[in-house]
Design a protein around this ligand. Structure first.
Ligand SMILES: [Mn+2]
Length: 323
């Protein structure tokens, strides 16, 4: 938590009449929740400001909120851009942020490359950007208000990015703060929306369990061809995001998915680990992410085996250190 940055961020919000909130491509509940919650906070605290939710709308996340129609939005140097849950400039959904007069970034990803925001609050110790926004609120000395819309959005963002609190080493601090969100929420319908699964995705899960390969040094992989994506009626991105279907398998320390993008032939990669870091190998192939969860998009299948070899070597070194 950084009080000076929090004060500076709120000062900037106060200064601008038009504020555009951005997040990463392939949205998840944390990025959506951050956007929706911050919009609510700004509108409740500073009535009259125009706040836009930027990025392509995702129907599966509509229970959290709805993005603005890009046709109705005009971005120029009079706008303040706030980028939420984004490590790198190329991952911002809607590159119009570059036209804004000032750019703030609030994020918990491991940063790659040079900082491009005018003001950046980046802290990889936060398990979710939504939790950073809860701190922004709690440390605002009552300059920020929010209502149920924001509290639900932050709640589901934190639940999602912590894997329902499973990824935390110790949840005490998070639990203490959650009380500021949950005191009058009915979380049951939120979970119902969060957990709802599509029939074809459940059937595809059967494909995952039957077809993953176990490689050297505790590395499990699944290659998903465009034919398989078609057969199951899946979206390649949704398929790749189901990577954690393979977590918690005895003897597996890395589990990675490679999904072919039907329209381009590129391969979307998702890397997961319960020990050795994946982010350096992800960066080597043009990707990024967190220490234990990252991804990349690569040109074609030819590169996949060398990525797997890198992970096998990385896991081998890790296993050697554990002895
Ligand atoms: Mn996040």
């Amino acid at each position: 938590m950084n009080k000076t940055l929090i004060v500076e961020i709120i000062n900037k919000i106060q200064e601008y009449d038009t504020i555009a909130l951005y997040r990463h491509v392939y949205p998840d509940p944390d990025s959506y929740g951050s956007q929706v919650a911050l919009k609510n906070m700004i509108e409740k605290s500073f009535p009259g400001k125009k706040v836009y939710l930027m990025g392509k709308h995702d129907e599966d996340l509509a229970y959290i909120g709805v993005m603005d129609d890009p046709e109705q939005v005009s971005i120029d140097e009079k706008c303040l851009a706030i980028l939420l849950d984004i490590g790198d400039a190329h991952r911002v959904d809607d590159q119009s942020f570059a036209k804004c007069g000032y750019v703030i970034k609030i994020d918990h990803h491991h940063p790659f490359g040079e900082e491009f925001a005018n003001l950046a609050w980046v802290d990889i110790n936060y398990p979710a950007t939504s939790l950073m926004l809860l701190d922004l609120f709690l440390e605002s000395d009552n300059r920020l208000q929010m209502d149920k819309v924001a509290r639900e959005a932050l709640y589901i963002g934190i639940v999602a990015d912590t894997g329902r609190f499973v990824y935390l080493e110790n949840p005490t601090n998070v639990f203490k703060k959650m009380e500021h969100l949950t005191y009058d929420l009915n979380t049951k319908p939120l979970y119902a929306s969060f957990y709802k699964r599509k029939m074809n995705a459940v059937k595809f899960m059967g494909y995952i369990y039957s077809n993953f390969e176990v490689r050297k040094n505790g590395v499990a992989v699944l290659k998903i061809s465009k034919e398989i994506i078609e057969e199951y009626g899946m979206d390649y991105m949704v398929a790749a995001r189901m990577v954690n279907t393979l977590q918690d398998i005895d003897g597996i320390i890395n589990w990675h998915f490679f999904a072919e993008v039907p329209s381009t032939g590129k391969i979307m990669c998702e890397f997961r680990s319960n020990g050795p870091r994946v982010n350096e190998i992800a960066a080597k192939y043009g990707g990024g992410g967190h220490f234990l969860a990252g991804g990349a998009t690569i040109e074609n299948w030819d590169i996949v085996e060398s990525i797997i070899a890198d992970f096998e070597e990385n896991c081998g070194a890790y296993l050697g250190e554990q002895k």
